[in-house]
Design a protein. Structure first.
Ligand code: PAF
Length: 280
């Protein structure tokens, strides 16, 4: 039976009882508005653990002032139905005051990683992610925590955080789930009109192009990015935020492609900012 727990104190007590009974815990932190991408994480967590905990918390600290915190989709009832069908044990769903009571002022800074790529157009975003994830990991005490590869920079930042602070948890980044046509699933896809959904395929098309160029032995990053730009510029509603090919750990841009580098991009489709990436 799925149990929803909004209180930190109750959640801690539940986790303590799991630990006391030597049960392993798989944890999937989310902001709700769940889709098949989230559910793939939940299923993997379920296969690998005695207990599965999902958090649903739309974290205000990771949204910029002009971003979509207010309008971010909130579908709590439906999320719980989906999670219940998947056999999830606990949904931890604190409200803002529970997570950040008056006086809260601790920050987590991820030097070198937080200002690159998405961090440039979303200043403060990764600090917000880092502090929320650190709190959630500390509360859930999981054996493994699951994240989607779609938020590639987020997975790099979190792995760094866990390693730097010696947290006792393994971070698993699982493959991006896509529509049949290739659009990476994202809760923000709900903002797209039907026409924009078609245009949004340009991210995937550009990435596939990058991979096929890399596969055919082209290592000149300028050339590859030029081709990716050409593809995206063919779509009326698309504006490029960034396109880069980076080292998978440092997120530094590379000038010639090596195996294991990652093509990353952020593109606005109309007003909606979408991100995607592909391993080369
Ligand atoms: O990927 C997300 O949904 C969020 O960034 C996360 C990891 C739940 C932190 O708020």
């Amino acid at each position: 039976m799925l149990q929803t727990i909004p209180s930190i104190q109750d959640f801690k007590q539940k986790i303590r009882s799991f630990k006391y009974n030597h049960l392993t815990i798989g944890f999937v932190p989310t902001m709700g508005a769940l889709h098949e991408g989230h559910l793939s994480l939940v299923r993997q967590a379920k296969r690998e653990h005695n207990k599965v905990v999902v958090s649903i918390f739309v974290n205000p600290l990771q949204f910029g002032v002009n971003e979509d915190f207010q309008k971010y989709p909130r579908t709590f009832e439906r999320d719980c139905e989906l999670l219940s069908k998947e056999g999830v044990d606990i949904v931890f769903c604190p409200d803002r005051e529970e997570m950040y009571p008056p006086g809260f002022c601790t920050a987590v800074i991820i030097n070198n990683l937080e200002d690159k790529l998405c961090g440039k157009s979303r200043p403060g975003h990764f600090r917000g992610v880092a502090v929320a994830v650190l709190k959630l990991l500390n509360l859930a005490q999981p054996d493994n925590a699951y994240f989607g590869q779609k938020d590639f920079q987020q997975t790099v930042v979190i792995k760094r955080l866990v390693s730097d602070l010696h947290l006792d948890v393994r971070i698993k980044a699982l493959p991006t789930v896509r529509t049949e046509e290739g659009l990476a699933l994202s809760s923000r896809n709900t903002y797209l009109s039907e026409l924009e959904k078609k245009d949004a395929l340009c991210l995937y098309k550009a990435l596939v192009k990058a991979r096929s160029m890399a596969d055919s032995g082209i290592i000149n990053v300028k050339k590859v990015i030029q081709e990716m730009e050409n593809i995206i510029c063919g779509y009326a509603s698309a504006t490029i935020d960034y396109i880069s090919i980076v080292n998978a750990e440092t997120l530094e841009s590379v000038t010639s492609i090596e195996k294991g580098d990652v093509a990353v991009l952020a593109v606005r489709i109309g007003k909606t900012r979408l991100i995607d990436n592909m391993l080369l």
